[in-house]
Design a protein around this ligand. Structure first.
Ligand SMILES: [Zn+2]
Length: 282
């Protein structure tokens, strides 16, 4: 059942039955913003009806936390909205994302209006504030998972939408840079403090409530990335061949557990990227 959860006054959360994708909504008297609405047409119609666009005179924003296929299908449902993304959104491999959507729609037998890759109306490099009447929505570049990842912070509410970072159901997936990912996690620690964030909603999985749980998620992800990245330089200097390094890094754990067979291919992609990234700096 696709239910709406009230996180705070004016702040709502929808969780899709596909990949536990989280869609956010902020609504006050003057306008609204939706974050990564998805994924099935029926679910997006539900979010659209909940938002209830009142026409051109109302402020409306559609925020993409990044350009991965599961986060970008909302465009046709919010025609009045200004589309907002980090500036690297435009650089992603659009054909690949379109192909992923097609494949997912076939597997799950979903029929959606013809998908056209979104073209943002507003982009930013480091930081952008969007003002509603009662809410300030701060967007902050948070690269690592992808080049164009961003955090959405509701300053007055102590809520952060973190895109595909800080999930409780997946270890960090490095599509862009492990080093940047670590910098972003460090930044997340500072932001939690600065804005007194008490609730973090990741792109997938359950929201983290309370600083203890939020900081634990940050620490777990830092640990995994440090274990993955931190030894590679030494291995190179010890003269290990790439194949040997890969085999050692397969043993890296996440939250104390070895990576299972199902997620091993994703972990191996992380290893590959990490070795290339560290190798480039030597
Ligand atoms: Zn995702």
């Amino acid at each position: 059942m696709f239910e709406v959860k009230t996180l705070k006054d004016n702040v709502f959360l929808f969780q899709s039955s596909y990949w536990q994708l989280n869609s956010g909504c902020v609504r006050d008297k003057e306008g609204w913003a939706v974050i990564d609405p998805g994924f099935s047409p029926a679910e997006m119609e539900r979010i659209r009806d909940f938002v209830g666009e009142k026409g051109e005179n109302e402020k409306g924003y559609l925020i993409y936390t990044h350009s991965d296929f599961d986060h970008i299908t909302g465009e046709p449902y919010f025609p009045q909205a200004k589309k907002v993304a980090q500036s690297n959104f435009e650089l992603c491999s659009k054909d690949k994302q379109v192909a992923h959507i097609k494949e997912a729609d076939e597997v799950h037998q979903l029929e959606r209006p013809e998908f056209i890759f979104p073209s943002p109306d507003i982009t930013f490099d480091e930081k952008l504030d969007l003002e509603l009447k009662e809410e300030t929505i701060s967007l902050i570049a948070a690269p690592g998972h992808t080049r164009d990842s961003l955090f959405v912070i509701l300053k007055n509410k102590g809520v952060m939408f973190s895109g595909d970072t800080l999930s409780n159901i997946e270890f960090p997936l490095i599509f862009f840079s492990g080093e940047k990912y670590l910098e972003t996690l460090k930044m997340a620690e500072c932001l939690i403090d600065r804005y007194d964030i008490r609730c973090v909603v990741p792109g997938h999985g359950s929201d983290a409530q309370g600083k203890k749980e939020i900081l634990k998620r940050i620490k777990d992800d830092q640990q995994y990335l440090n274990d993955l990245m931190g030894q590679i330089e030494d291995f190179f200097y010890m003269g290990l061949a790439t194949m040997e390094i890969k085999s050692v890094l397969r043993e890296v754990r996440y939250r104390g557990d070895y990576i299972g067979a199902e997620l091993m291919p994703v972990h191996e992609k992380n290893i590959e990227l990490a070795i290339n990234e560290v190798g480039d700096t030597l």
